[in-house]
Design a protein around this ligand. Sequence first.
Ligand SMILES: [Ca+2]
Ligand SMILES: [Ca+2]
Length: 402
Amino acid sequence: MSARHCPTRPASTRGLRALSVLLAASLALLAVGVTRAAATCPGNLGPAHAPTSQFVDHGNGTVTHSTTGLMWKKCYEGLSGASCSSGTVAQMDWAGALQTAVGSSFAGYSDWRVPNKKEIESIIEFTCHTPASNEAVFPNTPGSVFQTWTSSTDEWAPHAWVVYFTYGAMGAVAKSTSTNLVRLVRGGAGYDALILPQTLHISFAPSTLAVGATGGVAAYSDVPNSGNPLLFSTLTPAKCSVTASTGLVTAIAAGMCTIAVNQAGNSAYAAAPQVSVSLLVGYNCNLDIDGDGVVNVGTDGLMLARHLLGMTPPTLYGGISPPPNAALVTSRMSDLDFSNALDLDGNGFAVVNPDAILLTRLLLGLRGPALLAGLNLSGALRSDSTTLVNYLNSNCGAGLAP
Ligand SMILES: [Ca+2]
Ligand SMILES: [Ca+2]
């Protein structure tokens, strides 16, 4: 199955046909109205497929979708008003739907039609359900199991395709015996031949990688897309390499590493514009702040703790004798800040408690429970003696004893 259909609820055509029989029976029992409810958008299904920003509302009951050029009627047939809350939604068979489109002169246009499969798919909001529709653009889309006609005939001619806006799934139902809802579209001539855009996203967390270490770049393409593989490449081969198919980065040398991702197009989709992410290779971490060749708690450790307390020169090195080289201190602190290397516990923030306390205790030789006593290390990546010592020794040349 292509990624294009992943967010929908796959259902066999046979199953949908069976469902349609049940639906037809249920519809016969329903005298009035359609249950409508606010859409549920769980927020973990990626970016919106048909966000409000893509639509221009003409203020006359029509909207134009900028990505397709199609003009849609905001309300289902039978409904009207700014929130589509007036009237009763119309249900009709397939022929009735086509005739309704031909007979419509809504907003002064005479070329309304029933959307084909591809056209209506472009407004299904795959990140929401009940209904799978952007209600800011298409208010009062029924959230129950009611079906919306397309003009597309199934390979079995007595059936045509419908959308179940409950979950955005599509299926085929009988043209003559099934009565369904109608949403009209116009314009966008040649939409079937349009090459659709693909949009890539890329990220890397954390934003740093030690020399020689590996880490995975994450990327995805908005759905729907061509289904072609995402291919990674390095834009800084001297700093890092990357496995084209997996995005696994290997850090080579200190500096900024930039990884790009591409996705080829096909007959329906344009090649995606390349996107990239940068990460810092090497921690630029040197705890020998005064540059005397040793990391000492009374000088380097004191200045590091004061730095995390927000102190700046000359108070930063007050009382330290001989006075350290101011330019060197500033440069090392700047490197440490840039790489966030003083975030010893790895929770994302370099702060006094617990990072400066951990550093001071490590420099004092505390290990095991004494190192961690009284500290809250929830959310920490590094929370034991061995891991912390290894981190400072391998990334910052701290030379700490185990
Ligand atoms: Ca030192
Ligand atoms: Ca921290």
